[in-house]
Design a protein around this ligand. Structure first.
Ligand SMILES: [Zn+2]
Ligand SMILES: [Zn+2]
Length: 252
């Protein structure tokens, strides 16, 4: 099983030392994973020695270790992101939207702001940015597709309709969508994306990637077996990973 979304540095509570890398890799082995991918936030780029991850990985011959990044998509910053990504030979980059015109909407202190906004407007603003992220050519995976639901606010319009533009862009750009299990541990209490959207992604034959979004070693691989079981039940036979940006299909 694979966990392609893991934060070695958390939110800078840790360094990217050998010991800390080993802490995550030991946990991956313990959780029965065959592959783990590190995807720290691009803001912490200069705190990381990406080459060191590949060095330490050599101590774990039975574990595939990928080096990626979770890059924040912000409108107008495509050039900055592109030059950042050119500085290392990443296996893949997860493109995520955590911010709508300067509003860091997934921070706990922003919960109240979600309740006073018009839900459809909020979802449309979010998905419009995510669609631009998907069309930017910068990423291989779209992260936590419906993160905007984090505090449990639902749109009036069917979410599949609101997400259609993003999913068209994902399909046309050949990207993968992740199932991110971290949402279950947020106020909304369910994975990203929700079941209806997972079904829609599968219906469109969009490849799926799996990630826990672990910010501490203890959470590596959390719920991943459960997602795999659900996908098998839904008739999905393969998930994806990436090797220096090349898509790899892995049997479930
Ligand atoms: Zn994220
Ligand atoms: Zn993340």
């Amino acid at each position: 099983m694979l966990d392609l979304h893991v934060h070695l540095l958390g939110h800078l509570e840790r360094t990217g030392s050998q010991e800390n890398i080993r802490g995550f890799l030991d946990k991956a082995v313990e959780a029965g994973l065959s592959e783990i991918g590190f995807t720290d936030h691009d803001d912490y780029f200069d705190h990381l020695d990406f080459g060191l991850i590949r060095e330490v990985a050599a101590e774990y011959p039975h574990l595939r270790v990928k080096v990626g990044l979770e890059a924040d998509y912000r409108e107008g910053e495509e050039g900055r992101i592109k030059s950042l990504l050119s500085r290392f030979d990443f296996d893949y980059v997860i493109g995520s939207v955590h911010e709508i015109r300067g509003w860091l909407f997934d921070m706990p202190q922003e919960e109240q702001a979600h309740y006073i906004k018009e839900p459809d407007r909020m979802y449309k603003d979010y998905f419009r940015l995510l669609e631009k992220a998907a069309r930017s050519g910068l990423f291989q995976i779209i992260g936590h597709l419906d993160l905007i639901k984090i505090f449990g606010v639902r749109p009036k319009t069917d979410v599949r309709e609101l997400a259609a533009g993003v999913l068209d862009a994902v399909q046309e750009s050949g990207l993968a969508v992740e199932i991110n299990t971290n949402g279950r541990y947020k106020p909304v209490g369910e994975w990203y994306p929700e079941q209806k959207l997972i079904e829609e992604v599968i219906r469109r034959n969009i490849p799926l990637a799996l990630g826990s979004d672990a910010h501490v070693p203890e959470n590596v691989g959390r719920d991943i077996q459960e997602v795999a079981a659900l996908l098998r039940k839904m008739g999905v036979g393969q998930i994806v990973s990436f090797d220096r940006e090349k898509k790899i299909l892995i049997n479930l």
